[in-house]
Design a binder for this molecule. Structure first.
Ligand code: ATP
Ligand code: MG
Length: 424
């Protein structure tokens, strides 16, 4: 026997027992996005490598070490998208959706990053993202955050996530702060680990979210981002906080929150949980007013977020929130005898015509009645519809309830649709 081929490490199959959980989560994401008037956009999975280099920034974890990049047959450098925002902006620019317009968009799909696979961290993972273009005022920052907060409520996990919020200020304020931070870090170089030393010049703000305890201790005395905030950004942040307060959304201002991607300015936020161990960030986002222009469009303010669907599903599973998901099948038809088999298939077609959302599975391949009934049970169906040659003659079926304590009953062919209606 030849050796079986396995999936690529960090790229997972989603099997039938899990796809229904994913669908439930995806339905909530779509529904809530629609609640706020957001429209779906779908971008290709592969883009020019330059898009991500220019968009995300050369000195970021993603571009430095996580991208799946390869040469196309004609020599162009292509990359499997590691995130959605740069692609979304590229598409918006290319199709003239952004300039002088407002757009509220969402996307969902696979992303690829070459990271060390572990719980909550994979090489192919899935994000749902919101991107809102053309509005500079803090109402839209608030809207995007309120939308995310509604997702947690709809999924029943509000008590298990907390919102961290910060403002990075204008690009100029950020540059000034960067200089002050570098000056401080230079003075304390001996207390920095290798990673922070490297980042000190290339991307110094990232030193702020170093996981190293000694570095964190040092940072207690570092200059603060808030002291360098420009007046407009400070006002913007205050107005955002007022709106969140008024809507009853709780948050913690975390001055060390800077996010790993270069394109953010002003608002940045993360929803974090302690239910997932080290991979505690479920959702992250912020404002990126410079990105559209940086990618060749006309300057357009923008704000958005992305959430990791695997982390959400993991969290929901651990919190036991995915137990009541509807099985794949509502009714299973058990048929014994030649005439019953022929009639059963035809009846099932009629019932599917009449009851649009019904999920009926017909037993195939014959076999003993008891074995068929076992299959019916295993399918997860709520009822078995039993049909023998006898029943065919009488133009009726026997309904056996598989999940509830209810007497079995005989129902005329013509009345079955009404009964099935109650199962959907
Ligand atoms: P982390 O700090 O965990 O690496 P990140 O800052 O790289 O996250 P973003 O690029 O902001 O993450 O992506 C938004 C969300 O996508 C994350 O909060 C997380 O839920 C999810 N995510 C990111 N990388 C992965 C991954 N490799 N596997 C699974 N989910 C991921
Ligand atoms: Mg990462």
């Amino acid at each position: 026997m030849s050796k079986a081929i396995q999936a690529i490490r960090g790229m997972n199959d989603c099997l039938p027992g899990d796809t229904n959980k994913w669908q439930m989560v995806e339905d909530v994401l779509r529904r809530v996005a629609a609640n706020y008037g957001y429209a779906e956009i779908r971008m290709p999975v592969v883009e020019s490598t330059n898009l991500f280099k220019r968009g995300i920034g050369e000195v970021t974890d993603i571009v430095e070490k996580e991208m799946y990049t390869f040469d196309d047959r004609n020599g162009d450098s292509l990359t499997l998208r590691p995130e959605g925002t740069a692609s979304c902006v590229r598409a918006g620019n290319q199709h003239g959706l952004l300039y002088n317009q407002e757009q509220r968009l969402w996307y969902m799909g696979p992303m690829f990053r070459h990271e060390r696979p572990q719980k909550g961290r994979y090489r192919q993972f899935h994000q749902f993202g919101i991107e809102s273009f053309g509005i500079a005022s803090p109402d839209i920052d608030a809207e995007v955050i309120l939308l995310s907060a509604r997702l947690w409520r709809e999924l029943g996990i509000s008590e298990h996530v907390t919102l961290e919020l910060n403002s990075l200020g204008s690009n100029q304020a950020r540059a000034e702060y960067r200089d002050a931070l570098v000056a401080f870090l230079e003075q304390h170089q001996e207390q920095l680990d290798e990673d922070s030393k490297r980042r000190m010049y290339s991307n110094p703000l990232r030193v702020l979210d170093s996981k190293n305890a000694q570095v964190q201790a040092l940072l207690a005395n570092a200059p603060r981002l808030s002291e360098h905030l420009d007046a407009d950004s400070a006002r913007h942040f205050e107005q955002l906080c007022q709106r969140l307060d008024a809507a009853g959304v709780q948050y913690r201002v975390n001055e060390r929150l800077v996010r790993g991607l270069d394109y953010y300015n002003r608002t940045v936020f993360e929803w974090v949980t302690d239910s997932l161990g080290a991979q505690g960030t479920v959702c992250a986002g912020g404002r990126y007013d410079g990105l559209v222009e940086q990618l060749g469009g006309k300057a357009t303010p923008a704000v958005g977020f992305a959430l990791g669907i695997e982390r959400l599903v993991l969290m929901l599973t651990e919190l036991d929130r995915l137990n009541n998901i509807r099985a794949t099948v509502d009714a299973y038809i058990v048929m014994s005898g030649e005439q019953a088999e022929i009639t059963g298939v035809a009846l099932a077609e009629q019932w599917r015509d009449k009851v649009k959302d019904i999920r009926i599975q017909c037993h195939c391949g014959g076999g003993k009645f008891n074995k068929q009934l076992k299959r019916a049970d295993k399918s997860g169906a709520r009822v078995a519809i039993i049909l023998g040659d006898n029943e065919v003659e009488q133009q009726q079926v026997t309904i056996k309830y598989l999940r509830e304590n209810k007497e079995q009953q005989t129902v005329a062919f013509n009345d079955v649709a009404a009964l099935l209606e109650e199962l959907v």
